[in-house]
Design a protein around this ligand. Structure first.
Ligand code: ADP
Length: 413
C-alpha cells in the first residue's frame, strides 16, 4: 500500500511517499518559497540522486506546487511510481481543528467546511492545508484524503486545563481557549515512551518537543491532560523566534513606546523574539551554542532563558500529574542538544534522576539517557510526524476500503 504524506506550511510544502508494505520511504522532498521569488523544489527519490529545481516565476500557490510534486513522482527519470493510481491514500497535516476534531478523519465536504471555519484560528496554515487537500482531490480523483490535526491529541485536556480566565462569552462566541499543537509528535513519542516503560496500566509522561517551535505536554495514561501552547502556537516555552509566555501588557507598552500598530508588535513577537530576540545572533541553537562558546554573553543568556522556561513547565506538569515516570525529549533541539538536556535535567535531582553522560552524548537515535538507577526515566525519541500521519491514513483508508467492499457486496445483492 502506497501512502503520500503532505504537510503544507504557509509558504512551503513537504512530502513523503511511503510504501507501507515494507515501511520504506520511496521519495521525499520539499517545495519552498511558494508565492515568493525563488520558488524551488527539492526532490529525493530513494536510491537516486537528490535534485533541486529553481523556478523563474514564483509558484502561484500550493495547488501548483502539488502538481509539480506529482509530476516528479511519476517522472520516467526521477520518479518512483509509474502512475498516480498506485497511491492508495493521502495523509494531510492540518494545523487547527479547533474543538471539532478529536482524531484523524477521512476528508469529506463537511470536514472541509469545518476546516475552513477553523481558519481564523490558523490563518497562515489552514487555507494552505485545504488547498493541498483540494489539489489532491483534483489530481487523484477517487483516492481518499485523510486529515491529521495538530490539535487533536490535546482534545482530551479537561476544561480546567484548556479554559482561559477571560470573560466566558469569548469561549462561547469564538471558541477562545487553549488547544495545543505538535499533537501528532506528542502522541507518537508518548506512545513510544509508554511502550519503553513496558506498557504499564498507569503512566505519567512529560513530552518535550523542542524544535524551531517548542511545546510540552503532560500525558497521563496515554492521554494529554495539559500542554504549553494555547489558542495559537505562540504561547508557552521560549522558542526560536516566538516569545512564548509574556505579560500581555508588553504588547501595548511596546506599541506605545515604539509607535507601532498591534499587527507590527505581533509580528515582532512571532518572528523576532525568542532566542533570536534575546541573542541578536540566530534562532538556530547550533549557532547559539557556537556563539556562547566563543564568549557571546547574549547567546549564552538566550540559551539559559530557554532552558529555564522548559524547567518551569516540566516542574508544573509534574505537579499537575502528581509525579512523573518519564521525561521525553524530541525534535531538533530535544534530539540533538546534549548541553540543553543536561541543563534541564540537573534541576530534577530531587526526583532521584541523573543523566547517563555517555548516553546523553549520543545523537539522533532512540535511547534512555538516564542512569539505570534513576527513578524517573529520561528518554530521547526521534519524532516522526510523517510516519504517524501515514499510519493514521493507512488505518482510515483500510477501514474505508473494507466498508466500501461491504457496501459493494450489499449493493450487488
Ligand atoms: P521544526 O520545528 O522546523 O520542525 P526541528 O524540529 O527540525 O524544527 O528543529 C530545528 C532546530 O533544531 C534548529 O533550529 C536548531 O536550533 C535545532 N538543532 C538541530 N540540530 C541541532 C544540533 N545538532 N544541536 C543543537 N540544536 C540543533
Amino acid at each position: 500500500m502506497k501512502i503520500l504524506v503532505i504537510n503544507c506550511g504557509s509558504s512551503s510544502l513537504k512530502y513523503q511517499l511511503y510504501n507501507m508494505d515494507n515501511n520504506e520511504v520511496l521519495a521525499k522532498g520539499l517545495v519552498e518559497r511558494i508565492g515568493i521569488d525563488g520558488s524551488n523544489l527539492q526532490h529525493k527519490p530513494a536510491g537516486k540522486a537528490k535534485d533541486k529545481y529553481v523556478f523563474e516565476q514564483p509558484l502561484k500557490n500550493h495547488s501548483e506546487a502539488i502538481k509539480l510534486v506529482m509530476d516528479k513522482l511519476v517522472d520516467p527519470e526521477c520518479g518512483v511510481i509509474a502512475d498516480l493510481s498506485e497511491i492508495n491514500g493521502v495523509g494531510h497535516r492540518v494545523l487547527h481543528g479547533s474543538k471539532f476534531f478529536t482524531e484523524s478523519c477521512v476528508v469529506t465536504e463537511e470536514v472541509k467546511k469545518v476546516v475552513t471555519e477553523c481558519a481564523d484560528l490558523g490563518p497562515l496554515h489552514n487555507p494552505a492545508n485545504l488547498m493541498g487537500i483540494e489539489a489532491c482531490e483534483e489530481l487523484m480523483p477517487g483516492v481518499k484524503n485523510v486529515a491529521v490535526f495538530d490539535t487533536a491529541f490535546h482534545q482530551t485536556m479537561p476544561p480546567k486545563a484548556y479554559m482561559y480566565p477571560l470573560p466566558y462569552e469569548y469561549y462561547e462566541k469564538y471558541n477562545v481557549r487553549r488547544y495545543g499543537f505538535h499533537g501528532t509528535s506528542h502522541r507518537y513519542v508518548s506512545k513510544r515512551a509508554i511502550e519503553m516503560l513496558g506498557n504499564p496500566e498507569h503512566s505519567r509522561v512529560i513530552t518535550c518537543h523542542l524544535g524551531n517551535g517548542s511545546s510540552i505536554a503532560a500525558v497521563k495514561d496515554g492521554k494529554c491532560i495539559d500542554t504549553s501552547m494555547g489558542l495559537t502556537p505562540l504561547e508557552g516555552l521560549v522558542m526560536g523566534t516566538r516569545s512564548g509566555d509574556i505579560d500581555p501588557t508588553c504588547i501595548e507598552f511596546i506599541a506605545h513606546k515604539e509607535n507601532l500598530s498591534l499587527e507590527q508588535v505581533m509580528d515582532i513577537i512571532n518572528k523576532k523574539s525568542g532566542v533570536l530576540g534575546i541573542s541578536g545572533v540566530s534562532s538556530d541553537f547550533r549557532d547559539l551554542d557556537e556563539a556562547a562558546k566563543a564568549g557571546n554573553k547574549r547567546a549564552d543568556l538566550a540559551l539559559r532563558v530557554f532552558s529555564h522556561s522548559v524547567v518551569k513547565y516540566i516542574g508544573s506538569f509534574i505537579a499537575v500529574m502528581n509525579g512523573v515516570d518519564a521525561i521525553v525529549f524530541t525534535a531538533g533541539i530535544g534530539e540533538n542538544d546534549d548541553i540543553i538536556r543536561s541543563r534541564i535535567i540537573e534541576h530534577f535531582d530531587y526526583l532521584d534522576t541523573t543523566l547517563d553522560q555517555k548516553a546523553n552524548k549520543m545523537h539522533g537515535e532512540e535511547r534512555i539517557i538516564s542512569t539505570p538507577e534513576s527513578k524517573v526515566k529520561v528518554i530521547c525519541i526521534p519524532t516522526n510526524e510523517e510516519l504517524a500521519i501515514c499510519r493514521d491514513t493507512v488505518e482510515i483508508v483500510t477501514k474505508k476500503m473494507v466498508e466500501d467492499t461491504v457496501k459493494d457486496v450489499l449493493n450487488n445483492n
